[in-house]
Structures are given as C-alpha cells and as structure tokens.
Design a protein around this ligand. Structure first.
Ligand code: 4NP
Length: 151
C-alpha cells in the first residue's frame, strides 16, 4: 500500500477536495489517500458546502469526509504528505522529528511546476469561483501525481 496525505489549514476546503480527486484517479487496492488540517478548528466537520458542491459538479462525492488535525504519527503512517501552501508547509515541518519526516513533505503544486513553490490559495473567505479555481489546480496536480506514481 502507498499512503498519501493531503494537508491544508482547516481540512474542510482544499485538502478534502485533493483527497477526493486523487482517490478517484488511483486504484483503492494499492493506494490509501487521506487528508488533515494543521488546525483543529473544524475537527469532525464535513467539508465546506462550497467544496462539496464543486466536487459534485465534477462528479465526485466528498460529503462523507470528516475533518481531523494533522498529528506527528502521520509521518509514520504516510509515504507522501502534500501541503497546499507555505504556511501549511511550515506548520507540518515544525512537527517533523528527523530528515526522513521532512523528505515526505512537499507543496502539491510543485508536482506541476517543480521548485516554483506556488500555493493553492485558501478559498475560505472568497466566492465560489475560488473553489472552481482550486479544483482545477488540484485536478492538474493529481494528474501529474498519478503519472509519477504509475499505478
Ligand atoms: P482550508 O480552508 O484550509 O482549505 O480547509 C480553511 C478553512 C477554514 C479556515 C481557514 C481556511 N478557518 O479559518 O476557519
């Protein structure tokens, strides 16, 4: 099994979408995909309705996902940890214990544009258009990831 974790701040907007999109592109027998937030504000909550709706428009149902906070043991449980922005990167790296933990973590958009350190913008305070924009970025990044993982 290859285990992949998507991480954002609240685990209700960007990372649940990333989880749903990547899971839909990979065989479940070989890949486990999960998501988490660096903050605990929304623990136990469903994804934001705007993420649920944009996913539905693209044929995905993420409505049963539940937010949880990133924890140190995720470094042991996951092979790859993809973060949405530089603040997530900093918060996850702060919890790392050694260089092995650190090498698991990267900005997801570096899968599309290596080394450019571009960010998936936080759509929480914006309009619905922000969610469509996030969806498109994540869909492209996940396509690249699937190519790399060669399922
Ligand atoms: P996410 O978006 O990190 O993509 O899940 C956010 C959700 C909630 C908050 C911030 C970002 N918040 O401040 O409550």
């Amino acid at each position: 099994m290859i285990n992949i974790l998507m991480v954002c701040l609240g685990n209700i907007c960007r990372s649940p979408l990333a989880e749903g999109i990547l899971q839909s592109k990979l065989p479940k027998e070989k890949f486990y995909v999960d998501s988490a937030g660096t903050a605990n504000y929304h623990t136990g909550n469903k994804p934001d309705i705007r993420s649920i709706e944009v996913a539905i428009r693209h044929g995905l149902n993420i409505s049963s996902l539940k937010a949880r906070q990133f924890k140190v043991s995720d470094f042991d449980a996951f092979d790859f940890i993809y973060v949405m922005d530089k603040s997530n990167l900093e918060n996850v790296l702060k919890l790392s214990r050694n260089s092995k933990d650190k090498t698991k973590v990267s900005l997801i958009l570096n899968e599309i544009t290596p080394n450019e350190n571009l960010e998936v913008p936080d759509p929480y305070y914006g309009g619905d258009n922000g969610f469509e924009n996030v969806y498109k970025m994540l869909d492209e990044a996940c396509d690249k990831l699937v190519k790399k993982l060669n399922p």
